[in-house]
Design a protein around this ligand. Structure first.
Ligand code: 13P
Length: 340
């Protein structure tokens, strides 16, 4: 098949060991992040903070795409340039979160299903006009007593596939994100089993709906021990389990797998990605981190404009470390103390 614009966009986002900055926290989630540094979550503070990240000198060397939130894609930098254009002018591709959140799945105690399909075709057209060339939809799969159920996995896979089809129709690359949460007390083996079921069902839905696999990106969890599990797997064990699991269920036609960090510490997320790339697979293996790219930068900023430059260099350092990890060339010695 001749490469299409969708194929080219999907590949460009992860080319050259670059990854994605997930800066698409909903208004509720960004409030929690700002609360943690005692900054009030006003529209202006949210704008200032996102501008700080997007305008960081050198971001384009390690970040190929940024996922924005609805509010952010409509905001502008101090000089009036839209924030999407700030990114695009540096060759960083703007993306947009389009789901409207994970909500209780009726009839499925303790499980969530993601909403946002109603009116999505028109919203995608509007987002494309605002500069978005890729999108994100996050499904959440919860491990617990008797869950996830097959019915919940199927409902989430179906919604992901309908979203992805609408994106491709609109000329937007869908990021398909079925996230198996890592905050239970399950073992690595249980995460493997649930991730396999989830990815299998997701790709079955994508196949049934005729999606073009070369024109999408997969954003999954790593196969990892739950946070509450007494026995925590090493980076090498996580990498082996993740690659082996994916070889069984993710078609090689998918151009890129961009992991979420899901609550891992910054360095853990980098170390695990590096170990995964030391093994490698038929896909480009990179990152689409939110917390693991922003935690130190947020703290370095602390809401004080005088700290903006220091926060930018902390952020760019983190992005560089992950880009090294996407090449399988990261080592702990590269983690220099961050400039004050
Ligand atoms: P984390 O890397 O913080 O998990 O966020 C990534 C993301 O976009 C989740 O949808």
């Amino acid at each position: 098949m001749a490469p299409t614009e969708l194929h080219e966009t999907a590949r460009a986002i992860v080319a050259g060991h670059k990854g994605i900055l997930a800066a698409d926290e909903s208004t509720g989630t960004i409030k929690k992040r700002l609360d943690s540094i005692d900054v009030e979550s006003t529209e202006e503070n949210r704008r200032f903070y996102r501008q700080l990240l997007f305008a960081a000198p050198g971001i384009e060397d390690s970040i190929g795409g940024v996922i924005l939130y609805d509010e952010t894609i409509r905001q502008s930098a101090d000089d009036g340039t839209s924030l999407a254009e700030v990114l695009a002018s540096k060759g960083v591709i703007p993306g947009i979160k389009v789901d409207t959140g994970a909500h209780d799945h009726a009839g499925y105690q303790g499980e969530k299903v993601t909403e946002g399909l109603d009116g999505l075709r028109a919203r995608l057209d509007a987002y494309r006009d605002l500069g978005a060339r890729f999108a994100k939809w996050r499904a959440v799969i919860t491990i617990g007593d008797g869950i996830p159920t097959d019915g919940n996995i199927r409902a989430n896979a179906h919604a992901l596939s309908r979203y992805a089809a609408l994106c491709q129709d609109a000329g937007i690359v869908p990021i398909v994100e079925p996230e198996v949460l890592m905050d239970a007390d399950n073992t690595l083996e249980e995460c493997w089993e649930v991730t396999t079921r989830t990815l299998h069902e997701t790709f079955a839905a994508l196949y049934e709906d005729g999606l073009d696999l070369q024109g999408l990106l997969l954003k999954p969890n790593m196969v990892i021990s739950g946070k509450g599990c007494a026995e925590q797997a090493s980076a090498d064990q996580i990498a082996r389990a993740t690659v082996d699991c994916f070889l069984g269920v993710v078609p090689a036609a998918v151009p890129g797998i961009v992991f979420l960090s899901g609550g891992q510490s910054e360095v853990q997320a980098t170390e695990n990605l590096n170990a995964i790339n030391r093994i490698g697979g038929p896909w480009t293996l990179s990152y689409s981190y939110g917390r693991a790219l922003q935690a130190s930068a947020l703290e370095a900023w602390g809401g004080d404009p005088a700290n903006a430059e220091a926060a930018q260099s902390v952020f760019v350092h983190r992005a560089r470390m992950n880009s090294r990890a996407a090449a399988g060339e990261w080592s702990a010695e590269l983690e220099q103390p961050v400039p004050a």
